[in-house]
Design a protein around this ligand. Structure first.
Ligand SMILES: Cc1cc2nc3c(=O)[nH]c(=O)nc-3n(C[C@H](O)[C@H](O)[C@H](O)COP(=O)(O)O)c2cc1C
Length: 395
């Protein structure tokens, strides 16, 4: 029986021990040679605080208000399709946790929980992420559903129009039945608890993409959805169409080029989420943390900027907030938590740890609130990439 994890990064080692290798690889893997996956970790690891002395920070709060919504914690759950693969019950656990802890939860187009259900569990903390598909009327229908059930934040992901080359998935033949591949089969057989729970719950489906009764969808499997996304137009015209269809807050996720930031703002985008999709799309892409300063310089101090990719702890989140993010999103860390232990327990523990790690940074650097954190200097120091553990075992 392993000791209770003491830090968010230590959840990954536990998850790795509990998940069949192809599932762990699907969640944790990156594109190509995974240079960007390591660089995301390095971007955070190479930053050091310069604490401010003589600050009154006995009473501290990480509360914030962004785009008209108050949050108790500025660290959200990023959109993740097929998150139920981590452990059945993951979606519900994370949604209920987001509601209780008052932090944003982004439901993926490819999630295994219906938008309407998500709103029931998450209330005003439910956001919806959209991947445009080939026929815009399908995209439009999803947008209308989100609007009808009360979602107020739509996230348009723009960095996944083409599938990333995820070599681990190819090696593991992820998405194919394992019995044709002895190596993959062995990986599942050695994790009987996961297999048993998945067998009882049934394999996760992309339920929001299933057609209404009587209609047939153009995509019925992850592969056909990806094919449909690949054929979808993703241009400024698409953005215009989405903007026109969505009357509430619109976030564009997956932007890394500061040159287009002013045009996005001019196109009516309410916030930009800097992201490299957790390094899952391109092997050597730049890390959002390395360009956020340029975005701030172009957009000024008040335009909402969000950041994800590589956030593994509350201290990482604090670094992004300090460099100018208004909200930070984590992806894999939440799934490691729900696969490392029972999903409800894992989701709660991850939220507790992230909040405690963020609070510790605020206390040590002299910040009573997030505005104070923006004033703290962070310095980049040279680190050897090899010294950064991507996969850390339990404390
Ligand atoms: C298993 C998994 C599935 C994902 N699915 C989606 C998705 O459906 N839509 C999306 O916009 N991003 C998706 N992402 C990317 C995340 O939203 C986020 O950008 C990324 O995980 C952040 O990096 P991190 O995992 O290092 O925190 C997914 C990420 C993972 C790990």
């Amino acid at each position: 029986m392993s000791a209770k994890p003491l830090s968010t990064p230590s959840l990954e080692g536990l998850a790795r021990r509990r998940l069949p290798r192809p599932i762990y690889d699907f969640i944790s893997g990156g594109a190509g040679e995974e240079f960007a996956l390591r660089a995301n970790a390095q971007a955070f690891a190479s930053l050091r605080w310069v604490p401010r002395s003589f600050q009154d920070c006995v009473r501290r709060s990480p509360r914030t208000e962004v785009l008209g919504q108050a949050y108790d914690l500025p660290i959200g759950v990023s959109a993740m399709g097929l998150g139920e693969l981590a452990s059945p019950g993951t979606d519900e656990a994370l949604m209920r946790m987001a509601f209780e802890r008052r932090l944003p939860y982004v439901l993926s187009t490819a999630a295994s929980t219906r938008i309407e259900q998500c709103v029931q569990w998450c209330g005003e903390f439910a956001w919806f992420q959209i991947y445009p598909v080939e026929d815009f009327s399908h995209t439009r229908r999803l947008i209308d559903r989100a609007r009808a059930c009360g979602v107020r934040h739509l996230v348009l992901t723009v960095d996944a129009a083409h599938p990333g080359r995820r070599l681990r998935d190819r090696r593991n033949r992820f998405g194919q039945w394992p019995w044709h591949h002895p190596r993959a089969l062995a990986a599942y057989v050695t994790r009987p608890s996961w297999c048993w729970r998945m067998w009882r719950a049934g394999l996760p489906r992309m339920v929001n993409l299933e057609p209404p009764p009587g209609e047939t969808a153009a995509w019925s499997s992850p592969q056909s959805l990806i094919a449909s996304m690949t054929r979808a137009e993703l241009s400024w015209t698409t953005l215009e169409k989405v903007r026109e269809a969505w009357p509430h807050r619109l976030v564009v996720k997956g932007v890394l080029d500061p040159d287009i930031a002013p045009a996005l703002r001019a196109a009516g985008v309410d916030a930009i989420q800097l992201s490299n999709h957790g390094a899952r799309q391109l092997g050597s892409v730049v890390s959002p943390l390395d360009v956020i300063g340029e975005f701030r310089a172009r957009l000024g101090p008040d335009y909402p900027l969000f950041l994800d990719s590589g956030v593994r702890s509350g201290e990482d989140a604090a670094k992004a907030l300090s460099l100018g993010a208004d909200l930070v999103f984590a992806g894999r860390s939440w799934l490691y938590a729900t696969s490392a232990m029972r999903p409800r327990e894992g989701a709660k523990l991850a939220a507790d740890l992230l909040a405690a790690e963020l609070d510790s940074v605020m206390a040590q650097t002299g910040c009573a609130d997030l505005a104070g954190l923006r004033k703290v200097r962070v310095m980049r120091v040279a680190t050897a990439a090899a010294a950064i553990p991507v996969d850390r075992d339990a404390a």
